[in-house]
Design a protein around this ligand. Structure first.
Ligand code: AHG
Ligand code: MN
Ligand code: MN
Length: 359
């Protein structure tokens, strides 16, 4: 390999080779996922030249208008991965029902769950978007898989990752043994290992949340953000910085590069939706990556990876990133649940608070 470089394909083969029960099917599946990401990276990088930056007439199962590239990316994943022989079924943000592989000669042992294009509201403004994927084991029986078969807690993921399509395109992958980042070298058409063994620092002074939802937040989140915004004049006694890209992939990527906290918490904007992000193909894969890099991922009340899914498209509150800040938020949620956060109802938080107005 020139300059001792390691391609994504070589890396996953070598990683499997180190295991006693090496799984060549998993290696082949990850290669297919890599191919899907290359095709999507290519489509995204051509922007308006593809003539596909627009919106379709369709609304997906989430009630969200689909962008043309949401649909194209979903098709690319299916075409690249469905018939490689490693999958028993696929499920995606853009498909209401699961996609079972029924041909006995094509059916494999894994399930692939994915968000084909995350942050697609950013597509037409040329901001980073991505794809998120999670790999689970399929049941051993030979019947066609159903949605039930996908409803496994995040701890059972075999591998998880995302591709980010930004100024450079990257894949970040975990197979349950740390997190590694690969940068797309467009000249040779390969993802190259550039960010081995990514680690999230335990401490941070940077947080990300959509503050336009502030009046809908629950008290522990309001308390946390209020304290960050108060900076050196508040109980944290230090200044914080805030970022919001509205692309989960880009936010998680920033956290893997330099630490930070990302939140899309439960709010009371729409009580039928306990959060904005989806458990199976956003929260679970990102939580596995974050934990594998030394961070934490929580709903505020429990570890996301321990949640038993009840629905393929269910939403969940997400708080993830640097360990110390996630722990602090969990503590604030516990104090709120126990009613012991009363001292916090200080003048700082109540009358003078930007975030308390209108509540
Ligand atoms: P998707 O484009 O797959 O529907 O996901 C978008 C998600 C996530 O990427 C981001 O963190 C969040 O939605 C942004 O939500 P707001 O528009 O409410 O900020
Ligand atoms: Mn998404
Ligand atoms: Mn999406």
């Amino acid at each position: 390999m020139p300059n001792g470089r390691t391609t994504f394909s070589k890396f996953i083969i070598e990683q499997q080779g180190r295991l006693e029960n090496a799984d060549t099917e998993l290696t082949a599946l990850l290669n297919d996922v890599q191919t899907a990401c290359k095709y999507i990276a290519s489509a995204i990088s051509r922007g308006a030249l593809t003539g596909k930056l627009g919106t379709t007439a369709q609304v997906n199962v989430q009630g969200e208008t689909q962008k043309e590239l949401d649909v194209v990316s979903n098709e690319i994943f299916i075409e690249s991965c469905a018939l490689g022989g490693q999958l028993a079924g696929l499920a995606s943000e853009e498909m209401e029902d699961v996609y079972p592989i029924t041909s006995p000669t094509k059916r494999g042992r894994f399930l692939l769950v994915f968000d084909p294009l995350d942050g697609s509201s950013n597509i037409d403004v040329n901001v980073s978007v991505g794809s998120i994927f999670s790999i689970l084991r399929a049941p051993d029986d030979r019947d066609a898989v159903t949605a039930e078969d996908f409803l496994q807690s995040g701890t059972r993921q075999v591998a998880a990752g995302y591709a980010i399509y930004g100024p450079v395109s990257m894949i970040v992958l975990t197979m349950g043994d740390g997190v590694n980042g690969f940068t797309l070298d467009r000249e040779i058409g390969a993802f190259i290992l550039t960010h081995p063994n990514l680690r999230i620092p335990a401490e941070t002074r940077e947080f990300a949340i959509n503050t336009s939802n502030a009046r809908f937040w629950e008290p522990p989140v309001r308390r946390y953000v209020e304290e960050c915004v108060a900076g050196r004049t508040g109980p944290r006694d230090t200044d914080f910085n805030m970022r919001w890209i509205a692309s989960m992939v880009a936010e998680v990527h920033r956290i893997l590069m330099r630490g930070g906290l990302f939140m899309y918490p439960r709010d009371n904007k729409d009580t039928s939706r306990p959060g904005r992000l989806r458990l199976m193909y956003e929260a679970n894969p990102m939580s596995m990556i974050v934990e594998q890099a030394g961070g934490l991922a929580s709903t505020g009340y429990e570890r996301i990876l321990d949640v038993k899914p009840t629905n393929l498209h269910q939403r969940i509150p997400v708080i993830l990133g640097s360990r110390d800040e996630v722990r602090r938020l969990e503590q604030y949620h516990a104090e709120y649940a126990a009613g012991t956060d009363k001292p916090f109802e200080s003048p700082l938080f109540n009358t003078r608070s930007l975030f308390m107005r209108g509540i």
